[in-house]
Design a protein around this ligand. Sequence first.
Ligand code: EPU
Length: 437
Amino acid sequence: MTNQDSLVIAGGKKLTGTIHVRGAKNAVTKEMVAAMLSPEPSILHNVPDIADVGVVSEMIKLHGGTVTQLGDGSIQIESGDLKVANPIQLHEIAGTSRIPILFAGPLLHRLKKAELPMLGGCDIGPRPVDFHLKALQAMGAEITQNEKSIELTTTGLKGTKIELDYPSVGATEQVLLSSVLAEGVTEISNAAIEPEIIDLICVLQKMGAIISVDTDRVITIIGVTQLHGYEHTVLTDRIEVGSWACAAAATDGKIMVEGAQQEPMMTFLNTFRKVGGEFTITDAGIEFWRARPLTSITLETDVHPGFMTDWQQPFVVLLTQAEGSSTVHETVYEDRFGFAETLGAMGAKIQLYQECLGGNHCRYDNRNYLHSAIISGPTKLHGAEITVPDLRAGFSYIVAALVAEGETTIHGMKTVERGYEKFEDKLRAIGTEIISK
Ligand code: EPU
């Protein structure tokens, strides 16, 4: 980095080489919280060196636990003696992170009480926690809220039937973490079934939980009275894998992503191939490149097994290099095209719409949210001075900078460090010219 928070990239080169992707941010952070369900120590392997892991470690420490680095991407989490943390201090550490609310289950089981910061919105929308609180209440938590914090108490959580209004990842995780030690049976219908959730369920099963994932988004949890520590290797970060794949095809290069796994990537791989990308899958990982001139597509983001919202931003950059008009309909978040304006300043042609384009209607139809985009391509991108608004937009700016002719200065790289491990080293490994000024 040129200074702590900026990166200057000289773009316009075909990128070739091998990089290694480790565990998924959105699994490891929840699995760290799951460790707090047991007073016994737990060990996680394949943990990426990203800021968000540090943030969750600090939150665990505020609750009286410890997180010890064992080297080579392994950590040990201990929470023998838990205590209620100060929500103001938690907020200072957590910022806009969604993780604090997931401490509710472990704390309610172990201490019968939790005090958590009120979560605000962020650059991708208001991101409420109403599903979480409704589920916790249904399970027997008393909740008091003020502007800054949420206080939860219980005499004992009890299993119940919970139907989610939307298959929310966080709310499904909330119910899982709260129900494994609850009395009786909990049934979640309309549950999210993202690979990271299945990985969390594997962790909970290792701890002694009884959880079945049935057809039609139904997850059933039979409560047990105690859980043990676990040892687990986190599944690979499929968001990061998709981001590097987009970089390979967008620059007409070839990138081998070690650690990439096929099954969680299936939807991405199909979409990637439809626009002209190609890949080889081996035991070591997946190699990505551009097989033919890129062509346009009509695409919709969705909950798993759909095309995930976090692949959308780097994929939009890829589509700026595709022949024709592509339509992208974002159905998970109402406000995830904020980055399009900046791409426009770099030469991309992206028009945003409030309507649901591409065929299906979603809950944001005609509600003043610019949640559909038409990307016309191919367009030459040129260097610019830009600032990262959120994590996934941040990496898509890196991909845009790699494609662009000339130099791009990207400010706000600290945000990217939250979720992408050693990205500067990886960029260099595939031949990126990073300019130090
Ligand atoms: N929602 C509600 N009420 C709730 C919870 C969610 O209305 O109580 C809405 C949200 O506002 C959103 C939709 O439901 O419109 C989906 O949200 P979800 O709960 O599924 O998302 P999340 O758990 O907050 C996780 C990831 C996100 C990822 C989404 C979707 C983590 C820490 N975050 O968020 O990842 O985009 O699932 O897959 O796991 C990222 O990594 O940069 C990131 C934003």
